[in-house]
Design a protein. Structure first.
Length: 331
């Protein structure tokens, strides 16, 4: 069985019922999630051995986060315990013309105050096939940034493949330049996942702008390969028709063949948009580890992420067979 290690923060998500506005009624539903944890949960549902590394407070909220990940089949034996609080975020789903709204309350979280020296990456990655990181982690503090960089460097030295999903969050980088940190993290990675705007903002490479033509996507991907020695590039495209309807597609550049593959476009009635990009990353990792050809891996990943948009909560609880069934019946 293949083994993937993911590293990042988990937060407690609070959302009003259905399509209500925040605090319209006293009720809030609870979920746990976070980019890398979402990847870990999705991989576990695909049948991959999925290990998650993080830091949770040693209190009932941290206990509940551990239990939530374990319930998805994720190995949480490497989660550190300490600190005062788990980060929180509030999500109002929106409806039709009213867009989704997110409010973060994550400052001073247990993960943000992580000491990088607490993590022995050589021991953690022993026997692993893949390490997954995101550009959110280095934005959260010096400790998480150092730990992510240590993880990437150790993985490369050990021959473990590395993926980085840029996940650009402008609010997290307020008054700071993400470029020096994220360029070091991405350099030499096996797969970088992003949209063209994030590549320009976080890595200062590629043409940027709103042009998503084949030529512009190829220029972005080729710049990443040439500038940062990335071995493959996946570029996602989410078209927000309304809060309730999204178009979803992606492209994949394979430097070995020089081919730029484009997926089919999915039109989805959205139940919950959170975690869509993370489920794409997880499915692409799974398909690549299975040895699928790039075009096939891309279609699998895009279909899996389209399915996630129909599932409440942050985690994608679909199996590989369900993704294949969707692809078969929609050909």
């Amino acid at each position: 069985m293949k083994r993937v290690v993911s590293f990042g923060e988990v937060m407690l998500r609070l959302s009003p019922p259905g399509e209500e506005r925040l605090f319209q009624s006293p009720a809030l539903r609870t979920f746990f999630g976070g980019s890398e944890a979402n990847v870990a949960a999705s991989l576990a549902h695909f049948g991959v051995r999925s290990d998650f590394v993080s830091r949770f407070p040693a209190n009932p909220v941290g206990d509940a986060a551990v239990a939530a990940l374990r319930a998805e089949g994720v190995d949480v034996s490497r989660v550190l315990r300490g600190g005062d609080r788990l980060g929180i975020y509030f999500v109002e789903s929106g409806a039709d013309l009213r867009m989704m709204r997110v409010v973060y309350d994550r400052a001073g979280s247990a993960f943000a105050r992580l000491d990088a020296a607490e993590l022995d990456w050589r021991a953690i990655l022993e026997g692993a096939d893949w390490l997954h990181l995101s550009g959110i982690t280095p934005a959260l503090g010096d400790g998480p940034a150092r730990a992510a960089q240590d993880a990437a460097e150790t993985a490369r030295a050990m021959g473990v493949r590395v993926s980085v999903d840029l996940n650009y969050r402008p609010a997290l980088w307020k008054d700071r330049d993400p470029v020096p940190v994220t360029r070091a993290l991405v350099a030499g990675c096996d797969v970088v996942i992003a949209n063209p705007g994030a590549v320009k903002a976080m890595l200062a490479t590629g043409p940027g702008g709103g042009d998503e033509s084949d030529a512009a996507l190829r220029a972005t991907a080729e710049a990443l390969v040439a500038d940062l020695d990335c071995r493959a590039v996946a570029l996602t495209k989410r078209e927000v028709v309304s809060a309730s309807e999204h178009g979803w597609a992606a492209a994949y550049f394979d430097p070995a063949s020089g081919e730029m593959h484009r997926s089919r476009r999915w039109q989805v009635r959205v139940t919950d948009r959170v975690g869509g990009g993370d489920s794409f990353a997880a499915a692409l990792i799974h398909a690549t580890l299975e040895g699928r050809a790039p075009a096939d891996a891309l279609e699998f990943a895009t279909a899996a992420s389209a399915l996630k948009l129909t599932i409440p909560g942050d985690f994608n609880r679909v199996t590989a067979d369900e993704v294949e069934s969707l692809l078969q019946r929609t050909r």
